[in-house]
Design a protein around this ligand. Sequence first.
Ligand SMILES: O=C(O)C(=O)C[C@]1(C(=O)O)C=C[C@@H](O)C=C1
Length: 397
Amino acid sequence: MGSDGYFCSKAPQLGFATFQHVVNSRLSVNLRYDLEKCSQWERCCLSVLPIRALAPIGDEKKPIVTEVESSGEGDKVMVQLNELKEFHKDINLPPKPLTANDYPSLSDGSKMRVAYQGLTGAYSEDAALKAYPNCETVPCDEFETTFKAVELRLADKAVLPIECSIGGSIHHNYDLLLRHRLHIIGEVQLKVNHCLLALSGVRKEELKGVMSHPQALIQCEMMLNDLGVVKVGTHDTAAAAKIVASNGKRDTAAIASSRAGKIYGLDILSEEFQDEDDNITRFLILAREPIIPGTDRPYKTSIVFSLQEGPGVLFKALGVFALRNINLSKIESRPLKEHPLMVVHDSNEEMVTYFDYLFYIDFEASMADPNAQYALENLQEYARFIRVLGCYPVERI
Ligand SMILES: O=C(O)C(=O)C[C@]1(C(=O)O)C=C[C@@H](O)C=C1
């Protein structure tokens, strides 16, 4: 066994399952699970886990810190090609291992470090602060860096935008959820009110260009077309505000939040600049450990699966939820990159190829609910692979 992970062999007829935990290809812990004593939810996981362990999906490699240095490019985490280039603020020292005291209490969010993509003033930081008002936010260079920051214990949680009510799904982040092993432990629905920001005294008529994150540019597309300006994409909305503030150009504005305007000293030319009044972005909160699902309040479960070949398999797969009256709140498909083509034989034994997909589904039920467990057991009949990405309380806006 070459890589880290859980490996499971199941012997339900004997009443137990064996787990082997392999770390750094060396350390191995064997766990014998007594099926009689397992709750239904645990048993359901046992049956889903082997599929997950065997599925050759995603990048199994864990990031390795090979270098720690300060790039002096501001306070952002950049972990590239398995290298930690810089961690937050001004530390030049390697990250110190966390002790039990470093673990924050979940009750008030104090001391918790939450990684997000962007500069200070980005909407993702607003989402982090909405979820954990007293947290320390950790700005990161890329979305993938937020995952690595949590994996490397430089942050406790990551906040990741996953879909916008105007622009739709953020596909790259769906791919990252599968490539990494973090768990979804919550969601944040954030009302996004864009402002058109410029240097003091600038009028709209003077503008030739507007900068922002591509999602924000999409959300304000009609307004920008009316202005007749050139749209320029930036890493995040706060970065656009920072560039406009620091380059001193009076013909360029930024789309960002009013908070970003204050931070970077820009004037607001227009508020609620988005094309639709109701502009909501949904963020996921990710952590190294899953939360224990409950039934005390409405919960949502996010899964990803790929399907066996055959007619109507997707219909049957979705049927396992409909049959149990479980509502689906989201479905997204992504190409199965390692095996993009599915080869099947038709009735004349001719070879036919289809694109092959991963399906991401959010369903409105808790994994503590037997109904949801039966649905997943049933789904296994049609799936080649299933992974539970997380079960978490539903956030209503
Ligand atoms: O650029 C930011 O401020 C972000 O937090 C990213 C992001 C996104 O990726 O959708 C978040 C919310 C808004 O929809 C626009 C941009």
